[in-house]
Write a protein that binds this ligand. Structure first.
Ligand SMILES: C[S@@+](CC[C@H](N)C(=O)[O-])C[C@H]1O[C@@H](n2cnc3c(N)ncnc32)[C@H](O)[C@@H]1O
Length: 271
């Protein structure tokens, strides 16, 4: 019953499973590391993934690379809008290979990178020097230090208690009035998603490893508000990350084009 009420308020999350990423089998990684595929992939999992990607000479899916280039343009636009063209300090949480950030750091943007493992930064560090934070503990990061923090396809890794802590720390480490941007694949409609998952299960489709959680925009916002943020705006984006007109009615995102991504912008509340 409580679940149904929450769903009507669009406050819901769905478990995500994934079989491969950039042509690397995630199931094989779980087997190699002797991990339970029902435990969400954590730092040692990602560490092994990035080792395998390095062994493959960073051969990256071309579609995925294009998405990262589009993400760079979007990030540049966001930073320029927020900074009014003066230098602001930015933190990327869970930056991965740093592909989004690389061209902007080369252009002189002040972007620091955080990760839970060191392996993925090998790629960017072979090209430029970066300011990096390798930690799982966000309380290591200094208070009142950044104008903008963003998480690009990262928040899915955190279970709810961890995500609440991460958001509290984001509020702590942002300067007053600083912004937090969350980019995620659009959260699927729960009824459609659960039906599809059930059918795949009946057809014995491989489920892969537990990858994390997809969350509705309203859930991200509700959690962020508890952590000291106010909502600044949310929107949906198409496959080229272009803004699309969409409205959410209950759990349904109704849009002219199909929404692929969701974006939530939050502002640190001024106490
Ligand atoms: C899908 S990748 C996204 C990488 C990058 N932000 C992008 O958009 O290309 C998710 C990243 O989250 C990182 N990650 C996983 N757990 C994390 C944690 N507890 N803290 C920070 N990053 C984490 C993984 O190492 C991985 O690089």
């Amino acid at each position: 019953m409580i679940g149904c009420i929450q769903m009507l308020k669009c406050v819901y999350q769905l478990e995500l499973f994934q079989t491969e990423w950039n042509n690397i089998s995630l199931t094989d990684i779980a087997q190699k590391l002797d991990l339970n595929p029902d435990d969400v992939a954590a730092h040692h999992f990602y560490n092994e993934f990035y080792i395998q990607l390095k062994d493959n000479n960073y051969v990256i899916d071309s579609d995925w690379k294009i998405k990262k280039e589009q993400m760079t343009l979007l990030l540049k636009q966001k930073i320029d809008e927020l900074s009014k063209y003066k230098r602001i300090k930015v933190l990327s949480i869970g930056a991965g290979l740093g592909l989004i950030e690389l061209p902007l750091i080369i252009d002189g943007y002040d972007i620091e990178l955080q990760e839970c493992q060191a392996e993925s930064f090998e790629y960017i560090k072979s090209q430029i020097s970066i300011k990096e934070w390798i930690t799982n503990d966000f309380s290591d990061l200094p208070a009142d230090s950044y104008d903008l923090i963003y998480m690009s396809i990262v928040s899915y890794v955190f279970d709810l208690p961890t995500y609440k802590e991460v958001l509290k720390n984001c509020s702590r480490i942002l300067k007053k009035g600083g912004k937090l941007i969350i980019w995620d694949p659009r959260c699927p409609n729960p009824i459609v998603y659960k039906t599809k998952t059930f059918i795949k299960h009946l057809l014995n489709f491989p489920r892969g490893v537990k990858w994390g959680w997809a969350r509705s925009c309203s859930l991200h916002t509700a959690l962020a508000e508890k952590a000291g943020f106010t909502e600044f705006g949310q929107c949906y984006r198409d496959e080229n990350l272009k803004l699309i007109k969409a409205i959410t009615i209950f759990c349904f995102v109704l849009s002219i084009k199909k929404a692929i991504y969701q974006e939530i912008v939050l502002e640190k509340s001024i106490e």
